[in-house]
Design a protein around this ligand. Structure first.
Ligand code: FES
Length: 109
C-alpha cells in the first residue's frame, strides 16, 4: 500500500487512489483560504489543488494540462493538480503558498 507524506504526516492509501480524494478524506490541508470551501471539487478546472509531487503518479490529463497552462499557473513550474493524479507508488507532496499554491514559498512540506 503506497504511503503519502504531506503536511508533516504520513498516510497510506490504496494503489490507484485519487490523490485529492486521499488528502481530503484524511483532512489534510490541500486547499488554502477561500479555496477550502470554493473549488471545482476535482474536475481539474479551478487549479487550487496544485502541488509538487515526488514519486510515481499518473500522466497529466488533458484537463490538467489545460488548467496549468493558464495563470496564475504556468507549465514550467512543474506542479500537478492533485485531483487529476492517480497514486502509483510512495509519494512526497509539497504545497506552496498562494490561493492556487502557485507561489515560490513552501507552505506545507
Ligand atoms: S480541485 Fe479544482 S483543479 Fe483540482
Amino acid at each position: 500500500m503506497p504511503t503519502i507524506q504531506f503536511a508533516g504526516q504520513t498516510i497510506e492509501c490504496p494503489q490507484g487512489a485519487n490523490l485529492r480524494t486521499v488528502l481530503v478524506r484524511a483532512r489534510l490541508p490541500l486547499y488554502h483560504r477561500v479555496a477550502r470551501a470554493v473549488h471545482c471539487r476535482g474536475r481539474g478546472t479551478c487549479g487550487t489543488c496544485a502541488v509538487r509531487i515526488e514519486g510515481k503518479i499518473s500522466d497529466p490529463t488533458s484537463a490538467e494540462n489545460t488548467r496549468l497552462a493558464l495563470p496564475p499557473h504556468n507549465r514550467e513550474a512543474g506542479l500537478r493538480l492533485a485531483c487529476q493524479c492517480t497514486v502509483l507508488g510512495d509519494l512526497k507532496v509539497i504545497k506552496y503558498e498562494g490561493l492556487f499554491g502557485q507561489k515560490d514559498e513552501i507552505a506545507l512540506p
